[in-house]
Design a protein around this ligand. Structure first.
Ligand code: GLV
Ligand code: MN
Ligand code: MN
Length: 396
């Protein structure tokens, strides 16, 4: 048996609450070791690919495998389920299939993707993006965390070779089909009164950095009329994000991270960096929301005597999951509902390359990326049984 309780004590964040587990940090490395041991106890052979993703093979590795899994990292102060539920459920599904004497007729693997949340290096789904070529390796390796440690330095410290990072045609060829089980990040299944569903789509989404420069100065000695305060401009960018997303049907815009430089209570900042997360049903709407916020940022920065630059740090177009696979999965499960996902996933990155599906497990709080994220034990168990049935059908 493997359960989330096994890792409940790893990476707890006493300051923020919940968990802070980030790609290639001490905590995530401990979780990777835990995964390797759990896989080893089952006789699965674990290998790390060129981009730091872990693969546990049931039988010999090979092309066209049935692959399931998720990620072990979290957002800062995240919940216990986003990512780890998919990894634990994958291992438990293997146990169920083994116990009933099933032997896969195809190569079969459980995968753990690296730095899915982008909580350390800023780009979500980094492991799957690197593997599929959705991000250039040199750009990825230059990314740095809040302490200035680059991805290249972090992976080297973790015993990996950054020179090997980049598109991995062999690893991609090995994935015949990918099924990711995930806690639902919303209340769709609660409203429908069912424990398990399948994903239909993922919103187009991306991250943009707004760097606003003004004039650092003294909080007491500088008259209000003399200020060029980038924080005042930043505050208006936050409000513009709310306005822009509210005016576009289904759009979402969030500023969840803002860093004033130098960051003193009695100091007018000389610059402020803030990050916009924007999402909508399609590319055009997402781009329109970001364009509106960017235009507002230029305007409010100029009014305040500041300047602003906007740079796109990552982007993914709308994902519509393979309809044939989605229907097959739903049929195997007796006709479970299909739900759209507002959250991004490694499954979304892989969907552009191989048939991909997702199972969602009911989340009674509807909350995610926060400590209140939850799923009942019975629903998690139903998710494992559902995942095992789907994998059995795909791997027979
Ligand atoms: C990841 O969960 C995201 O949607 O940003
Ligand atoms: Mn997440
Ligand atoms: Mn996730």
């Amino acid at each position: 048996m493997t359960s989330l309780a096994d890792i409940a004590g790893v990476g707890t964040d006493p300051r923020r609450g919940g968990y802070s587990r980030h790609g290639f940090d001490r905590v995530e490395l401990e979780l990777r070791t835990w995964f390797t041991e759990e896989a080893g106890r089952r006789g699965l052979s674990v290998e790390c690919d060129r981009n730091g993703n872990l693969w546990a093979w049931w039988g010999a590795p090979g092309d066209g495998a049935v692959v399931t899994g998720s990620h072990l990292d979290s957002v800062p102060g995240g919940g216990a389920f986003d990512g780890p539920l998919g990894v634990v459920s994958a291992l438990e599904a293997v146990d169920i299939l083994r116990a009933k004497g099933f032997v896969p007729g195809k190569p079969f693997a459980v995968v753990v993707f690296a730095e899915e949340e982008g909580g350390r290096f800023g780009v979500a789904c980094l492991g799957s993006r690197l593997l599929t070529g959705a991000i250039a390796p040199d750009a990825a390796l230059r990314l740095s965390d809040s302490d200035g440690v680059t991805l290249a330095e972090a992976v080297r410290a973790a015993g990996l070779d950054p020179a090997g990072f980049g598109p991995d045609a062999e690893a991609l060829r090995r994935i015949g089909v990918f099924v990711e089980l995930h806690v639902e990040q919303g209340r769709g299944l609660v409203d429908l009164g069912v424990p398990v569903g399948v994903a239909s789509s993922i919103l187009a989404h991306g991250r943009w950095r707004f760097s606003i420069s003004g004039e650092g100065n003294h909080a007491g000695a500088t008259l209000m009329v003399d200020r060029r305060d980038p924080m005042v401009a930043a505050a208006q960018v936050v409000l513009a994000a709310r306005r822009a997303a509210t005016s576009v049907d289904g759009a979402r815009a969030t500023v969840g991270r803002l860093i004033p430089n130098p960051g003193g209570t009695n100091v007018i900042p000389s610059s402020v960096d803030l990050w916009l997360d924007a999402r909508a049903d399609d590319d055009a709407r997402t781009r329109a929301v970001v364009a509106e916020i960017s235009a507002a940022a230029s305007e409010v920065a100029a009014e305040e005597g500041c300047s602003v630059t906007v740079s796109e740090e990552s982007y993914g177009e709308t994902v519509v999951f393979d309809a044939g696979l989605r229907d097959k999965v739903s049929d195997v499960l007796g006709g479970v509902p299909a739900l759209p996902s507002g959250a991004g996933h490694d499954a979304g990155i892989l969907a552009g390359h191989v048939p991909t599906a997702m199972l969602f497990v009911r989340n009674p709080t509807g909350v995610s990326h926060a400590p209140e994220e939850f799923a009942e034990a019975d629903d998690c168990a139903a998710g494992v049984v559902a995942l095992a049935s789907v994998l059995e059908e795909l791997a027979r």
